[in-house]
Design a protein around this ligand. Structure first.
Ligand code: URA
Length: 433
């Protein structure tokens, strides 16, 4: 086998054999195939997409490129959840505790945020003392104790994805649906949970800008998961506007706790109940309606909040902030962004809001950048609200030296006002099973 022939086949949209795909992945990971040849192959498959069979084979070869997690020591049915990333997406730290409070185990490995999207690990690490680094045996103990734990992805899990993702990032080949599928699903399958729930975001703040592409990705991932023997489903959700009212690490932790306390209802709460119920249905806990009721009860009874607090404590976190949010630290500067005219909010560009949050210090511009946990944006008004000139649209928070007037201008420009009330929009666009 040689790379020249493999690139030529991909260039002419000819199918690769399983042996060729496995040879390519192992040769790239062990360094015998150079970046420049894999780059050429990536571009060829970006232009001539891989078939379902090739995608499944690539996914399995990537999964097997390093260690895998053995969850056989976990007592209950295990359910993993993955979001393709968005702005203000704090659902994992809400639905994990809800599902665990209803009797399933949620072992989850997550990543840090990069660019305009936030990362669950950063949100957890913004809680004083909370560590997301755990030995494998400790992680299993956490999951068995409380039913829920989120830790940083272990170093030797899917090394093929680490190399391939970095190369895709540098060669403009990230936006290939089969490559995104194999990247995400190889990590999910290496994690080993019995059931996988995929939250595929679509809209301005998401990887998949159109609902059509989101659906293609969702169905390919579900087919790949099922082919690999897992229970798997996807929910396509709206990321044209930010999720909830806060963007930024401690701000999102506070909002998540407010949802778990039952103090916040609305779109974020509804989405979390829906996703938690999907996890429970997959785990065999009942029908969708029964699982919605179980999820709602887990919040109203305080059981989900209790799971969250015990999980944070076992990872070293100080949960005194749950009754006094100032214990998470406070940003040095607050800045109100006001509306310059009257109208209904008919758009709130989530990618722009994510970039504003990044400029305030809440995210990383490069993998090495430090982040300001207290930085971010609170949406004082929501999609559909009527605002008058001078009303506060956003409060910006930061402890860094920033050009606030410039950032405020960008935040204001993310909002579209119209004379007529915009149509209702629902968080869940479609379910793919
Ligand atoms: N997230 C991933 O893990 N991989 C991709 O390719 C895109 C998003």
């Amino acid at each position: 086998m040689n790379m020249y022939e493999i690139i030529t086949k991909a260039k002419h949209a000819q199918r690769l054999t399983d042996e060729e795909i496995c040879w390519l992945v192992s040769g790239y990971v062990d360094g015998t195939i150079p970046d420049y040849q894999v780059s050429a192959w990536l571009m060829a498959v970006n232009l001539n997409p891989l078939s379902d069979e090739e995608t499944l084979c690539l996914t399995m070869a990537m999964k097997d490129s390093g260690g895998t997690v053995d969850l056989s020591g976990v007592d209950n049915v295990t359910v993993d959840k993955h979001s393709t990333g968005g702005v203000g997406d704090k659902t994992s730290i809400i639905i994990g505790p809800i599902a665990a409070a209803c009797g399933v185990s949620v072992p989850k490995m997550s990543g840090k945020g990069l660019g305009h999207t936030g990362g669950t690990i950063d949100k957890l690490e913004s809680i004083p003392g909370c560590s997301t680094h755990a030995e494998f045996s400790e992680f299993i103990r956490y999951v068995n104790n409380t039913g829920f734990s989120i830790v940083s992805q272990s170093g030797n899990l899917v090394p093929a994805d680490k190399k391939l993702y970095a190369l895709r990032d540098a060669t403009a080949t990230v936006d290939s649906i089969p490559l995104i599928c194999s990247s995400i699903m190889s990590k999910k399958l290496a994690m080993g949970a019995d059931c996988i729930l995929l939250d595929v975001k679509t809209g301005s703040g998401a990887f998949m800008k159109t609902a059509e592409d989101a659906e293609k990705l969702a169905s390919l991932m579900v087919r790949t998961g099922k082919n690999a023997g897992k229970k798997c489903m996807a929910v396509i959700t709206d990321m044209d506007i930010p999720l909830g009212r806060s963007v930024g690490n401690t701000l999102e932790v506070i909002e998540a706790v407010e949802v778990l306390k039952g103090n916040v209802k609305g779109k974020l709460y509804d989405l979390c109940i829906e996703l938690a119920a999907d996890m429970l249905v997959m785990a065999g806990k009942g029908t969708k309606d029964e699982c919605i009721k179980l999820s709602e009860d887990a919040v109203s009874s305080g059981k989900a909040l209790d799971v969250f607090m015990r999980s944070i404590v076992q990872q070293g976190g100080d949960v005194s902030f749950v009754s006094d949010y100032t214990r998470l630290g406070e940003a040095k500067t607050r800045y109100a962004v006001v509306s310059s005219s009257d109208g209904y909010i008919s758009g709130m560009d989530s990618e722009e809001i994510g970039l504003v949050s990044l400029a305030l210090g809440a995210g990383r511009k490069t993998k090495e950048s430090a982040i300001d946990y207290t930085a971010g944006v609170v949406l004082e008004k929501e999609y559909g609200d009527y605002v008058r000139k001078g009303d506060v649209l956003f409060t910006l928070y930061t402890s860094s030296e920033c050009d606030m007037a410039e950032i405020a201008g960008k935040a204001a420009a993310a909002v579209t006002l119209s004379d007529t009330e915009p149509p209702e929009r629902s968080c869940v666009i479609k379910t793919v099973e």
